[in-house]
Design a protein around this ligand. Sequence first.
Ligand code: HEM
Length: 456
Amino acid sequence: MTPVLPPKPSARPDRVSLWRYVKLFRQDLLSAQPAKLYRAWMAEFRTPFFRSFLVNQPELVKLLLKERPDDFPKSDRIAEGLKPLLGNSVFLTNGDAWKRQRRIIDPAFEGGRLKDTFPAMRAAAEAAVARLEGRQGPVEIEEETSHAAADVIFRTLFSIPIEHEVAGRVFTRFRDYQRSQPLLNLAAFVPLPRWVPRFFRRGTRRNAAEIRALIEQLTAERMAAIKAGTAPDDLATKIMTTRDPETGSTFDTAEMVDQVAIFFLAGHETSASALAWALYLMALYPEWQEKVAAEAAALEDESFAAVSKLKISRDVFRETLRLYPPVPMMVREAACPERFRNRAVPEGAQMVLSPWHLHRHERLWENPDGFDPARWQTENGKQCQRDAYIPFSAGSRVCTGAGFAMVEGPLILSMILRRFRIEPVEGKTPVPVAHLTVRSKNGIWLRLSPRQPKLF
Ligand code: HEM
């Protein structure tokens, strides 16, 4: 077993006043929670204003996500903060509107399509390595992985690199948006009455409008290219030409803007976060780093088939998603009254699912806070992967990009380690905090040196 544990935020004391809780929450979602959530099957947050339940028991998680998802729709509270940017995108909708959107989107992400997407992904990975070549001294790696993941999205979706003028502007605007509007904010836990006016931080709406205008430009150009028969065969073309098998309709430009916004948001922040943590963990555990680097020689073969040989890299990435799930918590709403673990759950209660706590649950996982990619080959690891591992959620609302992300992450990780040896920077231990995704408070700093002799 490895002696050093990966960074974990300190928990708050078990009992704090509501006022202090709200204050802690505003600082960071993770350290606002008590340590007992790593042992509890279910917890209730009852205050004079709201009631919410955190659900950690595998049977209950399964019930909410897989068995009865229609009775636990996405909470409106999440939509509140994100509506200006995401409109009616698949991330926010429920019911029939959501089902139609998934029928049109899902075929673009099917296993077979990943092979077609792969050359664009590989080109983005090569560009990321090339950018790192020129870097001297300590590197803030989250910045680099954000850049790389945004590049992957633009290349696979619209066949344009991040250097493209519009792509670059969307990327910077999103960064500003993320700073002003977390994906999961206090509103998700504190349901406000409908009549309370919603305020967005200054700039949030303006930023959202600018991003949407830029995406609209890309989408309208693509629609014209499809009509002219000159469109490239990428994800955007696939999604815009797929007909709903039930109604025969396609997305119009406005609907497509909503979807592109969420692909960009959900697909780049998450992958960037996971990749940055994976690289940090590799710096912390050089014995694993060497294994990934050696295995990466398989990438000399540039075809999609080489990805299946990156087994260690995949286990490392999977372990990273366990310890640092980019989406740390998800919220659903009870559509009808329930009784769980002998407790009344009223209609409208907020049901919080926490990959962060479930993935480190002390009663389920062996060595829950340790970094051990070999666990996935053990009995406990396999059992927990089925019952207590939901980095991409589960059930019908599972992440559309899960398969995509599990190719992208290990690929970029291996490409970087094939070229560089990485080390942590002294005095710069990252502290996980939940913003839009699980990030480090002051960035993730690494020192890179070219591998000698080159492994390729
Ligand atoms: C490591 C990378 C990723 C992680 C950890 C991740 C995680 C998640 C999670 C947990 C959800 C469910 C959220 C909820 O129910 O509240 C989700 C939804 C979603 N993700 Fe991902 N994601 C990743 C990458 C991607 C990529 C690459 C794409 C697309 C290119 C993508 C597109 C989406 C979409 C469209 C949804 C909404 C699905 C729905 O509600 O029906 N994600 N993701």
